[in-house]
Ligand binder design. Structure first.
Ligand SMILES: *Cc1c(COP(=O)(O)O)cnc(C)c1O
Length: 409
């Protein structure tokens, strides 16, 4: 049979156990602990010989179903759901490194990832070496025997730069390093990370997957890295083989740091996945229409959206993301004052900091997300005081265009 489409598959992922009531929706198990039939059974569970949920910080049925769905949809080896995108990133880095080691990351990063990498982790003896990802020689110069991974974001925000993923995968393989992608901006219906040599994907499901309805993160293991190449997994490769990474998370880092996803949140995420493709397609169509409208408006100086044919990122967008480079764009007016006046006149598009909400959201990154950065760092990061970031939602496109038109008048 021909491979089914994303939404059909999402709606038909089987539960791990038959529901006694044959519920068509995965029930919400708001349970803390789970019971065993006998002392022998609970002993077998703790020995690893009888799989069952025990305590919801480690695993629970509704969260497990969200993981199963995402595993099927990404055709990956294993998925772990956690409490936020930042928990997915920090758990992953803590699992693959120890004090004295380093990773290499793209220099354009989500703000709190940048803060984690340049402030928090440094205090624990981990170094994150930042590099321009478009320059393979620069990346290779930073690699040494203590390097454990190359980390990048599929589309950077708000710069909207797209890395050449195949090139990064080649460098990672050549040096026996893992390749980690933060693919938050390019959801699994447009980007197949495993196909391009990404080993681990970290995602803030707070964004596209929830559509702004809940907070969470996921770690996706594509099953294509030999864990024996990383000495921090030696204890786990012996016992768990190809499951070394996920076992180290579940039995150590994730369990012991406690950043688990709440069952109620998993329920939102399950619904989010079922209608992800519909929402992303709508946002993308809106994005194209708004991008073209803004481009043709005399008060708009520049428009950046790699989904537009004349954008410098369009080729990579077609290659890696099926033409859909997420649904965020940025554009410039002539001054900061003009941006503020414009934002204050908007009636449908909301002034808020989230991304990929079902609602369209706008922000002036220079005065908010990057406010704590010195001028020079902002310039380096390509953050202009004339620029706004627009995250396009699923509203009716004529209403969004009317809102922009009115605010620009
Ligand atoms: C939002 C975001 C994160 C962090 O996710 P949270 O769910 O807010 O913790 C990480 N990376 C990117 C690219 C993001 O947009």
């Amino acid at each position: 049979m021909k491979k089914q489409g994303f939404t059909t598959r999402s709606l038909n992922v089987p539960y791990s156990k038959t529901d006694p009531h044959k519920s068509l929706q995965m029930p919400l198990y708001e349970a803390v602990a789970f019971e065993f039939d006998s002392a022998e059974q609970i002993e077998a569970n703790f020995r690893g010989e009888y799989a069952a949920h025990v305590y919801s910080r480690s695993s629970s049925p509704t969260v497990e179903y969200f993981e199963l769905k995402l595993k099927a949809l990404t055709q990956s080896h294993a998925v772990l759901a956690v409490s936020s995108g930042m928990a997915a990133i920090s758990d992953t880095i803590l699992a693959i490194t120890k004090s004295g080691e380093n990773i290499i990351a793209g220099h354009q990063l989500f703000g709190h990832t940048y803060a984690l990498f340049t402030q928090t982790l440094v205090e624990f003896g981990l170094a994150v070496r930042l590099s321009k990802l478009k320059q393979p020689e620069e990346i290779e110069k930073l690699i040494d025997e203590k390097t454990r991974a190359i980390y990048f974001e599929t589309v950077t925000n708000p710069q909207l730069e797209i890395a050449d993923i195949e090139m990064l995968a080649q460098i990672a393989r050549k040096h026996n390093l893992m390749l980690i992608a933060d693919s938050t901006l390019t959801p699994p219906n447009v980007f197949r990370a495993g196909k391009w040599g990404v080993n681990i994907e970290v995602v803030s499901v707070t964004k596209h997957i929830s559509g702004g309805t809940g907070f969470g993160g996921v770690i996706i293991d594509h099953g294509n890295f030999n864990w024996k190449l990383n000495p921090n997994f030696s204890k786990y490769t012996e016992k768990f083989g190809a499951n070394a990474f996920i076992a180290k998370l579940r039995k150590n880092i994730y369990r012991n740091t406690g950043g688990s996803m709440a069952p109620q949140t998993a329920k939102f995420m399950i619904q989010g996945l079922d209608i992800l493709e519909l929402r992303v397609e709508k946002c993308y169509k809106n994005c194209l229409a708004l991008g073209q409208f803004l481009k043709s408006h005399p008060k708009v100086k520049t428009v950046d959206y790699p989904g537009l044919k004349d954008d410098s990122g369009f080729k990579l967008t077609e290659k890696y993301f099926n033409g859909i480079p997420g649904t965020i764009m940025s554009f410039d007016l002539e001054s900061k004052a003009a941006c503020f006046q414009f934002m204050n006149r908007l009636k449908i598009i909301r002034r808020a900091t989230n991304l990929n909400d079902n609602k369209s959201l706008i922000i002036h990154p220079y005065s908010t997300i990057y406010a704590e950065f010195p001028e020079e760092k902002r310039r380096e990061a390509g953050i202009r005081d004339t620029m706004m970031r627009l995250s396009v939602g699923i509203e009716n496109v004529e209403d969004l265009i009317a809102d922009l038109d009115n605010a620009l008048a």
